[in-house]
Design a protein around this ligand. Sequence first.
Ligand code: SF4
Length: 639
Amino acid sequence: MTNYCGYMGKVLVLDLTTKKTENYIWTDLDREKYIGGKAMASKILYDNLTGSETPFGPENLIVIATGPLTGTGAPSSNRFDISSLSPLTGITSSSNCGGNFGHYLKKAGLDALIIRGACEELNWVEIDNGEFVFHDAADLQDLKCGETQDTLQKKLNEAHGRQIRCGMVCIGPAGENLVRYASVISGERAAGRAGMGAVFGSKKLKAITAAGDAVPTVFDKEGAAEHRKKWVNYIRSHPLTGDQLPKLGTAGLVSSMQVHGLLSTRNYAKGQFEEFEKVNGETLAEELNVANNGCLSCPIRCTRRVPVEGKTVKGPELETLGLLGGNIENADLEQICRWNYELDELGMDTISAAGTLAWAMEANEKGIWKSGLAFGEREKLSQVFDDIAHRRGIGAELAEGSRRLSKKYGGQDFAIQSKGMELAAYEPRRAVGQGLGYAVANRGGCHLNGGYLVVLEGLGLNIDGQTPRGKADLCMVMQDLMEAISCGGQCLFTSYGVVPGFMIRNPNGLLQRAVNAVVPFAGPAVRVYNKIPEVACFNIPLIPYPTELYYTTGMKMTLGQFTRAGERSYNVERAVNARFGVSAANDKLPKRLTDAPQDPNNPKTKVPLEQMKKTYYRARGWGKNGLPGEKKLRRLGIR
Ligand code: SF4
């Protein structure tokens, strides 16, 4: 139970081996410290994993967690999180999803579900108003994600004699066959990264459905309504959230990335793709975008819908356009849309699949691993993706990801991954703060978990992407802010609004140029704030999240407390990963990014990682080993 609104006040453990549930104690003090979502999941993993567990062992846990805003109607607040020990990285990881499962999990009466053990045969689990029913899933075996969800909907309707409104998560063939980067799909959205689908597969859990009649309460309905109205108006008037994202989606970033030399090309050998105009957001909008769509309660609606095989399906995001475009030297946009759909249907992360493929193409070219895959290859790839999902032929090897392949065959310098997770499409040698973020990110090579500094280094603001100055402190504060936003249950894309719209509209205005020049020197000031964020005992309109949390839950939340909650989240995830061997030595990038300048005539165009890492650890108050010590964990109230 809880005294706070927004939450359902219930966390359950579901044991797949015994098919029984039990309550998990999660107190209001825990809610105040961790808010919800990924921070809550990380704390649960911290309290339950010892370091001896393996990703595919029954002792591994899956935590599906919502935030207090999930399902309350707050802007873009339908998100939920899946955390577990990742088979791709071997450390804990979280994967955020915009599908409708979180919303319906709360309707079923739960804030979070902790799954342990394993089924003997393939099963799917129905949650109905907090009651759990196990169903044999033999007839769903090898079904793709769309067909799985359609079949489950029919089964539920038939069993209950009426149309059931429910949320679902499921895996496809890739998850069943333990592809290390298999995703979990909810509707058309993916918890794509880190192989959460393979953990489902290892537990022989094909799908979960959730339905119910519970409704999360809102603490101050009038205050919340007024606040949300203003926020939605702001989102709609902002050039990024009200114009670029609705018109072009994340694909709208391709052209800016090209201009700044940030577009991964030919397995990150280059930062510009000559044929980028064939695969950018503008071309997608003009030639293929037939409709817009969005996650529940989202005023941004960034999803493009495109035609594939006679259907209208979710279009590719920027990461997929970059990595299945220039990064494998492909300029066929329709083909990217088709692969994007196929990968979602197979239940496989597009980023890791494409990153592994690019490594294989270069390894083949260099004679390191003769797979027959070549840059520019198009015809064979649909079959290759199917082979990966079913672990057939070279697919069985590609299913292992680029780190394991490069360790086996060589070519580690150009395996574009960190901690085993393939990087997104932002080439960091022209945005070195993003490079630092990729390396230190708790879950591995993730642009968002890394602080997404590329937004300040060319895609929103335009601070010098080549200088390491100030980047470590900015990286930390951005990571913490994004952690806290995510914990509430909101989409990170709302944070584009943190940069005032007039600065985006006038990139060469006097103020913007002044800000761009000054920000790299703001490191010491940012660090002081990072040390005592409680000095911000107020809230500001540009960061509306703490105020929204207050109106929804009744929990008093200042900007400082919100930042601290984000820091706590980041540290608890790091602390649990320390048990699985993570330290400064794992905060690495491939040599291509740290030792080889992108422009051979400009030695600055590489990531000065070791230099920035030292400042970053100091800023975080971590030891030289890159880990939070006992004192730090106590200070944050984690221990
Ligand atoms: S901005 Fe896009 S991804 Fe985020 S909630 Fe809205 S539609 Fe979903």
